[in-house]
Design a protein around this ligand. Structure first.
Ligand code: HPA
Length: 273
């Protein structure tokens, strides 16, 4: 076994001491989107700092614990707080929890994030299902010797986001009068928000929303053969012509306000698993 697989196993063994279920899904909660965790029943919580080899999260709005319990009766593991490259972690650290959730037994990964809108049809508070992404982050989580037991050297990325889950989410949204966009997420390093020219550039190359997370976790999930469903809450609009200052507080506020819609879609999808 390699050092990485040893570490994944050690983290998994530690978590299994506190919770013996096999989760069907993992959930990564984005900035200001932690309320979904309240829907998890009979839960056990474990601080990241107690789990062997887990990094510790440093951003406001990310509390930093694993929540294990039942959502609509289905065993799930949720991350309240995720790791970002801009915090100084390596991509291997950023994606370590995805590998641990896979080790625990998940087959599907749900991801939420706050993102800046670049599509002229988007408004603050809208939801966008990620149907594809463009990776503009500077380090690749799979760089280095490939661990063949975790996945292939050259993973296919033609459908990293499950078409079946996207279709199911569309049906759930329609049945509940929730309007949804689907679009392309551009993953960037941060921690600056984008300049006006950068937002424009990212729109020109095919992006509908931009954010500082998600892409590394999706890549490692694809490597591991997990199905993925990911959704952005549009918390600011980067392409406005008028005065347009974007703050972290406004991002958290918009994410919080849109959270109930996102929770409904995630929990219904999990119920249907
Ligand atoms: N850019 C990058 N990341 C973000 C944004 C944005 O405009 N909004 C929320 N996260």
């Amino acid at each position: 076994m390699s050092e990485l697989t040893d570490q994944i196993k050690a983290a998994g063994d530690y978590i299994r001491k506190y919770w013996q279920e096999i989760p069907v899904a993992g959930i990564i909660l984005g900035s200001g989107l932690g309320n979904l965790a309240k829907e998890i029943e009979n839960s056990v919580e474990i601080s990241y700092r107690d789990i062997p080899h887990f990094p510790e999260s440093t951003v406001e709005g990310h509390s930093g614990k694993l929540i294990l319990g039942y959502m609509k009766g289905k065993p799930v593991v949720a991350m309240a707080g995720r790791f970002h490259y801009y915090e100084g972690f390596s991509m291997r650290q950023v994606t370590f929890p995805v590998r641990v959730m896979k080790e625990l037994g998940i087959a599907t990964l749900f991801i939420s994030n706050a993102a800046g809108g670049m599509n002229a049809a988007f408004k603050v508070g809208d939801l966008m299902i990620i149907r594809d992404h463009i990776n503009l982050q500077p380090e690749h989580p799979l760089r280095g010797r490939n661990e063949d037991t975790l996945g292939p050297r050259f993973p296919d990325m033609s459908e990293p986001y499950s078409k079946a889950l996207i279709a199911a989410a569309g049906n759930i949204a329609a049945a509940n009068n929730i309007s949804l966009h689907t679009g392309v997420y551009v993953g960037v390093q941060g921690p600056t928000f984008e300049t006006r020219a950068e937002y424009k550039y990212m729109h020109i190359i095919g992006g509908d929303a931009v954010g500082m997370s998600t892409v590394p976790e999706v890549i490692v999930a694809a490597h591991a053969g997990l199905k993925v469903f990911a959704m952005s809450v549009i918390t600011d609009i980067g392409i406005r012509e008028e005065e347009n200052v974007i703050t972290h507080e406004e991002v958290l506020e918009a994410a919080n306000a849109a959270e109930p819609k996102l929770t409904l879609i995630f929990s219904e999808l999990i119920r249907q698993l």
